[in-house]
Design a protein around this ligand. Structure first.
Ligand code: DGJ
Length: 736
């Protein structure tokens, strides 16, 4: 068993061949944290890992030895108010007003496999031998409440998935004010904190700061995980690089408000925690009720950031994504959004599809504007009935025409929203998130539907199921285009209003679950104004996500680079769009745009009918190249070689290596040209040093060790073309 329990010292040891995670039962029967990091040999005696320095100005737990202060002890899931002055993992208000809790160890079970999390997305196993779980049961006598901390160790990827579960077995109603998914304390604070932050059209840029005394955090209180901050943080030793050094990653499998924080205390220890944001959160737990926190996926890498990312990629590709599309090659798509926006007719769509088909595109996606009276963004969300003026044959007729061309057909929805000008809103004004007698703000002229209500979720299921079963639809783009304001529900009781954001997300998950179950063949792509909900929660339901509304190739270098910190290429939608680019006005060549989009799930998003024959031929060649290599692009090992987030950000390089190391694709990008440039060179990684690789399309041969130690000298193969901005050079190498 890779999870050991040492009865004498009451120590738990989760051990893979790369990592150890060790915690114990303290003398007050709460849980202490001992170690998270590089694998340690399992021993009966872990006393060495527990040391408490006697310090002045400390409070001690009554009745215990004079050394026993929780302020000085590393903890596993700390409580509020008893000698520990750092922020706790949980806080629970009881009927007498007390917020003091005391969850003591009762027992535990260790088993092969992993349980599902009720109502929530989570990583999973297909075979029980893939992972081992320990569930540790703790009990607070005063409240009569059970807390179960669950840890699953995925042996192959050395990933630990954690969550907490509360069960009120007492007779009073509890208020869960704060229930984080995980917490642990590190011995020191010599770390950089990394985050993926930005905004609409600038999602998941990499930011870092050195830890210092106090609390540093990233969070969302917008109702979704957000474009502003991804539910992810990493801590790295300052000398860590992409390929070497220690990195810890935490990623919350959740799509709503979250908090990820590190608190550096007065002894320079660092407390790390992540979970649902406690701000404006309160959950009433009545006698007999249970509450499950979302899961956090924790990774320790001694092989730098790429080591961490590759473990996330592997796990998410294989054991977060589900359904038949998990392992199938994704269709190259064309989406009409940037090509036509709302201004299309059936004839135009078919004309675009025909031209796309000739280039080898496999799926046509009809975006926003096909329903109700929607000719701009002011009306009709919620009225999911085809607009016959635009599409006289209806969706079924159009889908048939697209299929007749030999293509798949996909359709856009934004199920969680309603326009004030819509039949749905007229019929159900109470279905909108709002607070009585207060302003009802709108964003993009729309309101957020109250997905905490079963009747709303049931209605959406029915209308979407009607559309999906009434036509031959292979793909759904599920969009979501505004954050929550005036958070209130007409259905929830007054004292449960702060449950709304979490209940909302549970409602979204319920709708996804039902649709996936009814339509298992449909490929879902999630989207939220581009990448405002690019999180593992969504990716459990939809195996790919629209990475960003920003389709500019240069901007995409930053966005896709940052996104790859956690999420695999198989989950990133990447489209070639028209120039001048609609978000930045920049003109880049078709070649550069494709060379960036190859590092993701390729699509086109432009009016292909307006392109010249030469451009269409170029697209046909691009799709041919992509399809020939897609199998390893989708499943191979991705590495970041040169980052745009350092050294002025003028160069970027990425590598994808097939599982068997027999083929690889390297992308090298230079944003601006420089006069008399230095020799441009990129060193590859993880190749077989003995093997010889041939540069496709040439008779050049290079050995694996030389590609890694010396690298590819870009100008040797590209005739020193450093004279224009926005360059991309692709190198496909095959082992011979
Ligand atoms: C936002 C999405 O990110 C776009 O791709 C597009 O679907 C629009 N919404 C449509 O309104």
């Amino acid at each position: 068993m890779p999870i050991y329990f040492h009865e004498d010292q009451k120590v738990f040891h989760l051990q893979s061949n790369k990592v150890s995670y060790i915690f114990n039962v303290l003398e007050n029967n709460q849980l202490g944290h001992l170690y998270f990091g590089k694998r340690l040999i399992d021993r009966d005696d872990f006393n060495q890992l527990f040391y408490v320095e006697e310090t002045p100005n400390t409070c001690f737990v009554t009745g215990k030895s004079n050394h026993f202060s929780l302020d000085l002890i590393k903890q596993e899931y700390p409580s509020y108010g008893t000698t520990d002055f750092r922020e706790p993992a949980h806080q629970i208000t009881q009927e007498n007003g007390s917020r003091i809790t005391d969850f003591k160890y009762i027992d535990h079970i260790i088993f092969k496999g992993k349980r599902k999390l009720a109502g929530l997305p989570a990583t999973y196993v297909e075979d029980n031998h893939e992972a081992t779980t320990v569930e540790v049961r703790l009990f607070d006598q005063e409240m009569g409440t059970e807390l179960t901390l669950s840890y699953t160790l995925f042996e192959e990827t050395a990933v630990i998935a954690r969550s907490a579960h509360y069960h009120n077995k007492g007779d009073q109603t509890l208020q869960l004010n704060r229930v984080m998914s995980a917490s642990f304390d590190l011995n020191d604070h010599q770390f950089d904190l990394h985050q993926l932050s930005g905004s609409w059209a600038r999602e998941r840029h990499m930011k870092k700061r050195r830890l210092t005394a106090g609390i540093q955090s990233v969070a969302s209180t917008r109702g979704t995980s957000s474009a502003q901050h991804n539910p992810f943080i990493a801590l790295s030793r300052p000398d860590a690089t992409e390929h070497h050094g220690e990195v810890f990653g935490l990623n919350l499998v959740y799509s709503g408000n979250f908090l990820a924080q590190v608190e550096v205390d007065h002894y320079d220890k660092a407390r790390v925690m992540i979970g649902i944001h406690p701000f404006d959160f309160n959950w009433q737990l009545k006698p007999g009720e249970q509450f499950q926190t979302p899961e956090v996926v924790m990774i320790y890498s001694a092989q730098g950031f790429n080591g961490m990312s590759q473990a996330y990629h592997r796990l998410y590709r294989n054991r977060l994504a589900r359904g038949q599309w998990r392992d199938r090659l994704r269709p190259v798509l064309i989406n009409n959004w940037e090509g036509t926006y709302f201004d299309f007719t059936e004839a135009k769509i078919i004309e675009m599809a025909k031209a796309a088909k000739q280039c080898g595109v496999e799926l046509f996606v009809l975006d926003d504007g096909w329903f109700g009276k929607r000719d701009d963004d002011t009306t009709s969300l919620g009225d999911w009935f085809v607009n016959r003026r635009k599409l006289p044959q209806g969706i079924s007729g159009l889908a048939q025409s697209i299929h007749d061309l030999g293509m798949k057909f996909g359709l856009w929805f934004e199920p969680e929203m309603v326009s004030p000008i819509s039949d749905l809103y007229q019929a159900h004004p109470d279905w909108v998130i709002q607070v009585p007698n207060r302003v009802k703000s709108h964003g993009r002229h729309q309101y957020v539907l109250d997905f905490s209500r079963d009747d709303v979720v049931d209605y959406l299921y029915q209308v979407m199921a009607d559309v999906l079963s009434g036509a031959s639809i292979d793909y759904v783009k599920w969009d979501m285009n505004r954050y929550m304001t005036e958070i209130g529900s007409f259905q929830l009781p007054v004292d449960q209003q702060q449950e709304l954001p979490h209940r909302y997300i549970l409602g979204v998950y319920r709708l996804y679950d039902r649709l996936i179950e009814t339509f298992p063949n449909v490929l879902f792509e999630s989207c939220a104004s581009g990448g405002a909900r690019f999180d593992p929660g969504m990716l459990y339901y939809a195996p790919q996500a629209w990475t960003s509304d920003n389709t500019d190739a240069v901007e995409r270098l930053f966005i896709q680079h940052g996104t790859s910190m956690v999420y695999p290429l198989s989950m990133m939608g990447a489209h070639v769009s028209a120039v001048p680019n609609h978000q930045t006005g920049r003109i880049t060549s078709l070649e550069v745009r494709a060379a960036v989009a190859y590092f993701g799930m390729l699509g086109y998003e432009l009016d292909i009918t307006t392109l010249s024959d030469q451009e269409k031929q170029q697209i046909a060649n691009q799709i041919h190249f992509y399809k020939a290599n897609q199998a390893f692009i989708q499943t191979g090992q991705f590495s970041r070689l040169i980052s745009p987030f350092v050294d002025g950000g003028n160069q970027v390089s990425w590598q994808i290596l097939s599982e068997d190391k027999s083929q690889l694709l390297v992308g090298y990008y230079q944003i601006l040209s420089r006069p008399n440039p230095v020799l441009r060179r990129v060193q590859l990684v993880d190749l077989d040093p003995e093997s010889c690789y041939q540069l496709a399309g040439t008779d050049q041969h290079v050995y694996g060790d030389q590609l890694m130690e010396v690298g590819i000298e870009i100008d040797r193969y590209t005739n020193r073309s450093g004279t224009h901005d926005f360059q991309a050079h692709l190198f496909k190498l095959n082992r011979i």
